[in-house]
Design a binder for this molecule. Structure first.
Ligand SMILES: Cc1cc2nc3c(=O)[nH]c(=O)nc-3n(C[C@H](O)[C@H](O)[C@H](O)COP(=O)(O)OP(=O)(O)OC[C@H]3O[C@@H](n4cnc5c(N)ncnc54)[C@H](O)[C@@H]3O)c2cc1C
Ligand SMILES: *[C@@H]1O[C@H](CO)[C@@H](O)[C@H](O)[C@H]1NC(C)=O
Ligand SMILES: *[C@@H]1O[C@H](CO)[C@@H](O)[C@H](O)[C@H]1NC(C)=O
Ligand SMILES: *[C@@H]1O[C@H](CO)[C@@H](O)[C@H](O)[C@H]1NC(C)=O
Length: 608
């Protein structure tokens, strides 16, 4: 087997190289160099047909692989920069080799697990060309150890697969992560990962026991080897910043045999004074931890809204009815609204499947009801209820755009018990709810895209007085480049990152941040290579790299002072309601990259 694979690889290479000598291009020689370098750095075969994809090899297969898990269609349009080639490691050593070889060849790489990044950062680089894509979708092994209440999960697996593998072995174990089954484990946990069990058990990142990461030297490190500082940073500090996570060891959590789910739908006419929604805002984060009750706002055709109150309770119907009667009778929940389910059935329902679907639907991304759309999302956190007049304005704004949707989910419970500094995810005590805004469309239409982008920015602006401020907080897993991005200008990045970084991480940003000399990612905290330099320069007896990072930050003090002096720049929270935010620098980056990209036609042209 190994022999034939090797033979195959060799003969392919022969064909490949002869092709290259006929039409040499810079991108093909980079591919050769990369492949040769991989061979030098791993002993494990990587049959090129299954692992290596480029427009030169086969444009239609390349396109298919690139688009396979790219969730946001806005980032697969023709004008978007495309990776020069895609490598799909089939062994952990291939990831190490990829990192080593990217460094050696000075190639910028993006890492993709599930491809659900809101701004496509796992497969599009708006700032570095050429770039390549390391796609982890073939590293998706899951080993559930029920005796140990734990599971090792490789980054390329989806959360749907994880839930399925747990349920395969136990009815009484679960894991607190997100709702949509196609989200990748790799990216999800790096940003926190919240779902219907968050009030009981916190985030996915709060339930990580160990991890395997490839650092920028290509070294494979587990928790003990990486040290507690890096282990802290990867559990919520955002994807693509600290190395390539190969696998997570997760702590499974107990779930009861019977859960209860319900949906109660209210029209605006049924709650004209927003009494029910106001009450929900006051109590949803304070209810028993077993109850997770969210609200989805849906635009109905005739410029009105419906509000869906969706509940999930870790217990039986009778107990839930008592809780609701005592704390939230205004909702008018009845026995008939409730359905008793197993945990894995709740997973199906939350992922948008009918509750009686075969569990295997969780393994097939093509069946997911969360279809791919052209999409823009934003987030907010609130520390106090939005007053009725604020809600009414929000409704008015929401129905202006029929491609919009919004939801609010309660925090509190375990989320409030975990200290803010425990992980980089800082939205803990005092945060009563998270707001998600989105607008989507199934077709690429420039005019309507502009209209929708304008709409979501206006909505965000309108909400300013009602949500967190100084800084206005956002969820890094709902990445939003409107808040700010890195550019090639590293000194300016360091200053600008203070703003967007604090929005995602509050004070935890200070522990994450270092200057980024050559940014690798529009929103990353640390240059992956730089990070290693810091690591390898560090006295290994010292607890970790962040000590040295701080020293570096002090060297940059003049920049910080400069920032203080220019603090008159209006922060997002100072923008008055209804004022449309100016286009941010991110759109300028887009423009310049488009121009640059035009010259890259060979790589970028999909050969329509
Ligand atoms: C339809 C949909 C539903 C969602 N539902 C939820 C939800 O219920 N709860 C929630 O909390 N979030 C949710 N999200 C947000 C989701 O958690 C984030 O988009 C997450 O980053 C996706 O992970 P991924 O592996 O699919 O993404 P990718 O796009 O592959 O990666 C995201 C980022 O992480 C980096 N990255 C990827 N893999 C690795 C790795 N192995 N090591 C280091 N960096 C890596 C990428 O470079 C990129 O920067 C949802 C998103 C979508 C599109
Ligand atoms: C590319 O792959 C497709 C699908 O396997 C195949 O039909 C097509 O002939 C290939 N094209 C080239 C140029 O090899
Ligand atoms: C949304 O509104 C546009 C007109 O502004 C209309 O063409 C479209 O059909 C509407 N879509 C839905 C889903 O109501
Ligand atoms: C897109 O928006 C519509 C209209 O608000 C909504 O019904 C639908 O669920 C959204 N789709 C996705 C995949 O987000």
């Amino acid at each position: 087997m190994g022999k034939s694979k090797a033979l195959y690889t060799f003969s392919f290479l022969a064909v490949y190289f002869s092709f290259c000598t006929i039409t040499p291009t810079s991108s093909t020689s980079l591919q050769d160099d990369f492949i040769n370098c991989l061979h030098e750095n791993t002993n494990v075969d990587f049959p090129l047909l299954e692992t290596f994809f480029s427009p030169e090899r086969n444009v239609s297969i390349y396109k298919e692989v690139l688009q396979s898990t790219a969730h946001n269609l806005r980032y697969v349009t023709e004008s978007m920069p495309k990776p020069g080639f895609i490598f799909k490691p089939v062994h952990e050593s291939h990831v190490q080799a990829s990192v080593i070889c990217s460094n050696q060849l000075g190639l910028h790489h993006r890492v993709r697990s599930g491809g659900h990044d809101y701004e496509g950062l796992s497969f599009v680089s708006l700032m570095e060309t050429p770039f390549i894509l390391i796609d982890l979708s073939k590293l998706r092994q899951i080993n559930v150890d029920i005796e140990d209440n734990s599971a090792w999960v490789q980054s390329g697996a989806t959360i749907g697969e994880l839930y399925y593998r747990i349920a395969e072995k136990s009815k009484l174990h679960g894991f607190p992560a997100g709702l949509c089954s196609t989200v990748g484990i790799g990216g999800h946990i790096t940003g926190g990962g919240d779902g219907t069990l968050l009030r009981k058990y916190g985030l996915a990142a709060d339930n990580v026991l160990d991890a395997k990461i490839v650092n920028a030297d290509g070294k494979l490190l587990n928790r003990a080897a990486m040290g507690e500082d890096l282990f802290w940073a990867i559990r919520g500090g955002g994807g693509g910043s600290f190395g390539v996570i190969l696998a997570w060891k997760l702590k499974l959590v107990p779930v009861p045999e019977t859960l209860t789910m319900f949906t109660v739908t209210k029209t605006l006419e049924q709650d004209p004074e927003t009494k029910i929604l106001s009450k929900w805002q006051r109590i949803a984060d304070k209810l028993v931890d077993d109850l997770f009750l969210r609200v989805m706002f849906r635009v109905a055709g005739d410029k009105t809204l419906t509000l869906e109150y969706k509940g999930q309770f870790l217990g039986e119907k009778g107990t839930l009815m008592e809780v609701m009667k005592k704390y939230f009778p205004e909702l008018g929940l009845t026995q008939e609204d409730c359905i008793e389910v197993t945990w894995i059935e709740s997973v199906l329902a939350n992922a948008g499947f009918p509750i009686d679907s075969p569990l295997e639907v969780l393994l097939n991304p093509k069946l997911s009801p969360y279809v791919k759309v052209y999409f823009k999302g934003k987030s907010d956190f609130a520390t106090e209820p939005i007053p009725p007049f604020g809600l009414k304005g929000m409704f008015k704004k929401l129905v202006e755009e029929n491609t919009s949707s919004m939801f609010m989910i309660p925090y509190g419970g375990m989320m409030a018990k975990i200290p803010e500094s425990e992980t980089p995810f800082a939205h803990r005590k005092g945060t009563i709810l998270k707001i998600h805004y989105a607008t989507n469309s199934t077709s690429e239409d420039g005019i309507s895209l502009n209209k929708r982008t304008k709409w979501i920015r206006e909505m965000y602006s309108y909400m300013t007085p009602y949500v967190s401020s100084n800084p206005r907080l956002a969820y890094v897993n709902y990445r939003d480049l409107d808040l700010g991005t890195n550019t090639k200008d590293s000194k300016a990045n360091f200053i600008k990152a203070q703003t967007w970084g604090a929005q995602y991480f509050k004070n935890n940003f200070n522990r994450l941040e270092v200057e980024i000399p050559t940014p690798r990612h529009e929103n990353n905290i640390q240059n992956i290579n730089y990070f290693t330099k810091v690591l390898s320069a560090s006295d290994t007896n010292k607890k970790g790299s962040f000590v040295l990072n701080k020293r570096h930050a002090i060297e940059c003090l003049p920049l910080l002072v400069q920032w203080d002096e220019s603090a008159t720049i209006p922060r997002p929270d100072k923008v008055s309601p209804w004022e449309i935010e100016p286009l941010t620098h991110s759109s300028n980056i887009l423009k310049s990259v488009f121009l640059k990209n035009k010259r890259q036609s060979e790589i970028d042209d999909f050969g329509k």
